[in-house]
Design a binder for this molecule. Structure first.
Ligand code: BGC
Ligand code: BGC
Length: 652
């Protein structure tokens, strides 16, 4: 299989760009000129929201009364870790966010009431700024309202991809929106509609699938759930929030590198990366986040042809484009506090977590000098105000006065968590089941082991309470670990269960359930050089083998944000379940693994691979780059009726 024509095309493309003097090598200063984009080759689409002349006239009036400083302020989003309400008032900032590590009083464990109280203070300050429309608060609600202890947390997107259940995705969006509203926030930075096609990428789990059709279907469902259906009274009402398909465009095709370079063709970008956006915009998505990644060496934050020509032109997007966290700083000639180029390329709001103050001054100067044309400034402000007015900010009142605000019983309510648990059940993919070991009888002696067995952090992954997802079990009030869920189920049937560290046991078990896998990570922290699971530490494998050698039947429950090369672990287990990052509703695992007390199967496996499973540690096929056939193809997944036999796999 050695050298393939596709791989040569890949190398050639890279070399040609280097030869042309572009900076594919990431040498910093010179931004490579991205290949020409042909907007006319991209699908034409219209916003599902009819042009509202009243609303546009109101924006005209507002614009006419705003000072340049107020206009510029609307283009800036600051992080609550550094901005205070007084700054919002003074600079008329259009928005704040809480980054993955930011929270009121800089305490990740504050009560939800503190979020709502802070939302009120920011709201009041933005009203006092005199723009006439208050600010928006955005948050990374990417698998539930995941910054709030006790809120419902769902499986990460890759697991949802396995469920093939778009209605479930819509429902998850609806619940997430409602819980965000309880804390007084307005805007979710989700869904990620990246089409991840190289699992070495640390953000693979934020992607629903490598399959653009599945991403397309889910993008529409999630946006509809978060925002409500356009053209109905529910659209952006008090139970819904703004959605943000991200990261535009091509982040899933960066060949395993976060913030990396996508060197696919324009056609691949259009046919693989864009469908999720078309569907999200078709469902009325009001904001889009630009990608940190590059296309052929040129950062997306500066790509006017794609941001303005394609997204706002061809796709008919009339909402606002938000930058990513200091993403503008990566443009040639830009810094975190100065970047006319990003605005001129089409960003309507810059995410400037800590540089907002100087950014405001610099934007003002760039507007005064004409470096940012007045027409571009007005268009950006118009888009920001349009989104705010559509969201009802002008008449909704203070965050705490809105219908669901302060209804803390909705955060992690039993009904909401039941949906998360359903999602866990549906997301599990069975890859091997020798001699029909599964489903298990609950009236047995069960050993549960592996370092994922009793760890909410490990089963939840990144973007869970904090950015990298490292919070201890006690910070999850409603959660159930996988072990706890199994224990509950087995004890109810008068079986016995032992939690053993590292495969050890006191009582000889009838079966061992080994829960192991990746430790939590987010963004670039999760990039890996090859697809081999745990390259430098084979203790999990040794544990599986020890149990097998002791004649204990082994069920492997593999926690991971991506498909990984686990041939040796597959060989060492009798049954193997890909559980992805299921989140705090660990009981969903036992629901599927165990029969009911009456002996009947309660829930069969129904998860199907959202991404093909690798046959080797080598990077997978991406776009025009050929690769070897997967071990298990996209769509693979056994049920209890299947013969789960798997012949021994090569381990090198
Ligand atoms: C991520 C975005 C996220 C933002 C705000 C960035 O680093 O790329 O996905 O929305 O931070 O936390
Ligand atoms: C923030 C995240 C952000 C990341 C960007 C973190 O410190 O908490 O929200 O996405 O930095 O690198």
């Amino acid at each position: 299989m050695g050298s393939r024509p596709g791989r040569w095309a890949h190398y050639c493309a890279t070399l040609c760009f280097v030869a042309l003097g572009s900076s594919c090598l990431g040498l910093g200063s010179a931004q490579g000129a991205a290949p020409q984009v042909h907007p006319q080759r991209w699908p034409r689409q219209q916003s599902p929201l009819a042009r509202n002349t009243d609303l546009e006239h109101r924006i005209d009036d507002l614009l006419a009364r705003m000072t340049p400083a107020q206009k510029v302020g609307q283009l800036i989003q600051a992080d609550i870790g550094s901005v205070k309400p007084v700054d919002v008032r003074k600079l008329a900032l259009g928005s704040v966010l809480n980054g993955g590590n930011s929270s009121p009083r800089d305490d990740k464990l504050v009560a939800p009431g503190e979020w709502l109280a802070l939302a009120d203070r920011f709201y009041d300050a933005s009203v006092a700024a005199g723009v006439g429309v208050p600010l928006l608060w955005g948050t990374d609600a990417v698998h539930g309202h995941n910054n709030i202890p006790g809120a419902t947390i769902f499986p990460h997107n890759i697991g949802l991809g396995a469920t093939r259940d778009a209605e479930l995705i819509r429902r998850i969006g609806e619940i997430t929106a409602l819980e965000v509203r309880v804390t007084g926030l307005d805007w979710a930075f989700s869904p990620t509609v990246a089409v991840a096609r190289d699992a070495r990428w640390g953000r693979t789990y934020e992607s629903y699938s490598e399959n653009p059709q599945l991403v397309r279907e889910y993008a529409a469902a999630m946006v509809t759930g978060l925002q409500g259906p356009p053209g109905t009274p529910q659209f952006l009402d008090a139970a819904h929030v703004l959605a943000t398909p991200k990261h535009f465009l091509g982040d899933g095709g960066t060949r395993g590198k976060d913030q990396g370079d996508n060197i696919s063709s324009e056609t691949a970008l259009r046919d693989l990366d864009a469908p999720g956006y078309l569907a999200a915009l078709g469902a009325g998505a009001q904001t889009v986040m630009a990608s940190y990644s590059s296309w052929h060496g040129a950062k997306m934050h500066g790509n006017r042809a794609l941001l303005t020509g394609v997204l706002k032109g061809r796709f008919g997007f009339d909402g606002l484009v938000i930058g990513d966290w200091n993403g503008h700083a990566q443009l040639p000639g830009c810094t975190a506090v100065s970047c006319a180029a990003a605005v001129n390329a089409g960003l309507d709001m810059l995410m400037a977590p800590d540089g907002w103050r100087d950014l405001q001054a610099n934007l003002l100067a760039q507007v005064a000098s004409g470096e940012i044309p007045a027409s571009r400034l007005d268009d950006a402000v118009r888009r920001v105000l349009r989104v705010k007015l559509r969201a009802g900010l002008d008449h909704e009142g203070r965050p705490s006065s809105r219908p669901f605000a302060g209804h803390y019983n909705l955060l992690g309510s039993a009904a909401h968590r039941a949906v998360a648990r359903q999602a866990v059940r549906e997301s599990l993919v069975l890859l091997k089941n020798r001699s029909h070991l599964l489903p298990l009888a609950p009236h047995s002696r069960v050993l549960v082991t592996g370092d994922g067995a009793d760890s909410i952090a490990k089963q939840s992954g990144g973007w869970t309470i904090n950015w990298q997802g490292t919070e201890p079990n006690q910070d999850f009030p409603h959660a159930e670990t996988i072990y706890a869920g199994i224990a509950r189920c087995v004890r109810a049937a008068h079986g016995s269960v032992e939690l053993g560290s590292n495969g050890e046991f006191h009582t000889r078990p009838d079966v061992a359930i080994v829960v192991f896998g990746e430790n939590p990570y987010a963004e670039y922290e999760g990039d890996v050089p090859t697809l081999e699971y745990s390259r430098d530490d084979k203790r999990d494998l040794a544990m599986l083998r020890r149990l097998r050698a002791a004649d204990v039947p082994v069920v492997a429950v593999f926690l991971s944000g991506r498909p990984l090369w686990v041939n040796a672990e597959l060989n060492a287990a009798d049954s193997f379940v890909a559980a992805w990052l299921p989140g705090p509703e660990g009981g969903g695992i036992a629901d599927v693994l165990f029969r009911g007390p009456d002996g009947a199967v309660r829930y069969d496996f129904r998860g199907k691979l959202p991404m093909s499973w690798p046959r080797s540690p080598k990077p997978p096929a991406v776009d025009d780059v050929a690769g070897e056939a997967p071990l298990f193809a996209f769509g693979y997944g056994l049920t209890y009726a299947d013969d789960g036999y798997l012949a021994k796999l090569p381990e090198r």
